[in-house]
Design a binder for this molecule. Structure first.
Ligand SMILES: Cc1cc2nc3c(=O)[nH]c(=O)nc-3n(C[C@H](O)[C@H](O)[C@H](O)COP(=O)(O)OP(=O)(O)OC[C@H]3O[C@@H](n4cnc5c(N)ncnc54)[C@H](O)[C@@H]3O)c2cc1C
Length: 411
């Protein structure tokens, strides 16, 4: 039986482990924590079928001015931390130019198109249907010009990719969302995305399915990864002893970069930290809502209304800065009665963003049996199963479901 170790039990690693197990492989999934406890735990929970364009760096003068002067709540940074991010940000800037971004989106869309279809059978087999709402999500605009711009873009996306949406005026929005006391100037309702009422619990349900199907989950430290002296495989230390396998998949999200550097592979990343907190809103939203002009998302979740923030360009290990969350909280209170915070301490986690906005999926050069599956940025919760499907085809040497070249390490 072919053997693989998958390092990292977030949405990306759990999906990869399950996909290989489904093909009859003997798979050990290793994490230092139980599955789904890091970035895959705290996100906004949207399976984003509409997100055919990855999140580009704003390049317009007005957007840049708003970021530089902290008028925008989308991005936060401290000047003294900027030198740490400069090289990745410059690459991100270069790839975000509209022509390059369009070309990148063409590849990204091939993977996004498979997102819901690859989640669906896993949700069913995992018995996790109770966590999923299939009614889309809404983006609310407070600025009429921005709404018109977004509407024109949504029409282009619908024409090109068939991604369906509805435009709602404020009265229609308020009718569908009685919790809102202010419905902005216009809303786009993306019809195809799904949302999870507890993203961490969905990853746990996928991991439990993996174990029921004969996969093994162990607590261990990925940093102990070593090539076997024979050159015919890899070993990792776990609490249950050392595990060896011919293949190893690195699915450590934002931590993949540090591990792979030891094996001579460098992957610059833009580290976009986000925060969340839950609130005891007296009247909950029916559906997830993005407050576009104020840079945050409000999601009705099991634990309460979850607010998730935009990007804090933080250094790893840097103390949390709650400024974006506090501003989001104030903005949300302009739209509805948010209620009290449920937890004392907000959560934080970091999106693993590649400067060219594409996840890294495929063989790591010069290292037999070492595979990459990370860098899913703003949509790793969405793309876990679709990436797993591609990776599995590459490992098995089968015809891949999408062109793998744009996603290969070292592209
Ligand atoms: C605020 C916010 C909102 C978001 N909203 C959405 C959304 O709505 N939809 C969407 O699709 N995406 C969203 N994302 C992005 C998404 O959450 C990430 O892309 C995704 O979770 C990445 O998954 P992953 O499995 O690669 O990483 P992770 O979930 O971070 O998993 C990595 C795993 O590696 C483990 N690990 C690390 N180091 C070691 C070690 N040394 N040994 C063993 N294990 C180790 C960790 O414990 C962790 O379990 C959001 C992100 C944020 C921050």
């Amino acid at each position: 039986m072919s053997e693989a170790i998958v390092l990292g039990a977030g949405m990306v690693g759990v999906s990869a482990a399950l996909s290989l197990r489904d093909r009859g492989w003997n798979v050990t999934l290793i994490d230092r924590k139980p599955p789904g406890q890091e970035t895959s735990f705290g996100n906004a929970g949207i399976i984003q079928s509409e997100s055919v364009e990855p999140y580009a760096m704003p390049r317009g003068i007005r957007d840049l001015f708003d970021i530089a002067t902290f008028r925008s709540n989308d991005v936060y940074y401290a000047f003294r931390e900027l030198p740490l991010h400069v090289s990745s940000l410059l690459r991100y800037w270069w790839y975000s130019e509209s022509g390059r971004h369009r070309e990148i989106a063409r590849h990204y869309a091939t993977l996004i198109a498979r997102a819901a279809g690859t989640h669906e059978p896993i949700i069913r087999r995992a018995g996790a249907d109770n966590l999923i709402q299939r009614s889309g999500y809404r983006t609310l605009y407070r600025d009429g010009a921005k709404f018109d711009e977004a509407l024109a873009r949504a029409k282009d996306i619908e024409r090109e990719f068939g991604t369906r949406f509805r435009a709602l005026d404020p009265a229609e929005t308020r009718k569908e969302e009685p919790a809102l006391t202010n419905a902005g100037l216009g809303t786009i309702h993306w019809l195809e995305p799904w949302t999870a009422a507890d993203p961490g619990a969905l990853v746990t349900a996928y991991a439990e399915l993996f174990e029921r199907e004969g996969g093994q989950f162990l607590i261990g430290d990925a940093e102990s990864l070593k090539a076997l002296p024979s050159g015919k495989g890899w070993s990792v230390r776990t609490r249950a002893g050392t595990v060896e396998a011919e293949h190893v998949v690195v699915a450590l999200g934002v931590w993949s970069r540090g591990l792979l550097e030891r094996f001579g592979a460098r992957f610059p990343m833009v580290l976009k930290r986000g925060y969340h907190a839950h609130y005891s809103s007296p009247v909950a939203l029916n559906m997830t809502l993005m407050d576009s002009d104020r840079g945050y998302v409000m999601a009705p979740m099991r634990a309460g209304t979850r607010i998730t923030t935009g990007a804090h360009l933080a250094r790893p290990g840097q103390a949390p800065v709650y400024r974006q969350l506090e501003r989001a909280e104030a903005s949300a209170n302009e739209l509805l009665s948010l209620g009290n915070r449920v937890e004392q301490e907000p959560w934080s986690g970091t999106r693993p963003c590649m400067p060219d906005m594409l996840p890294v999926i495929g063989p790591v050069g010069g290292q037999k049996g070492l595979w990459a599956n990370f860098g899913h940025g703003h949509q790793g919760f969405t793309l876990g199963p679709a990436s797993a499907e591609l990776l599995t085809a590459m490992i098995l040497g089968e015809k891949p479901p999408v062109d793998p070249a744009p996603f290969r390490p070292g592209r």
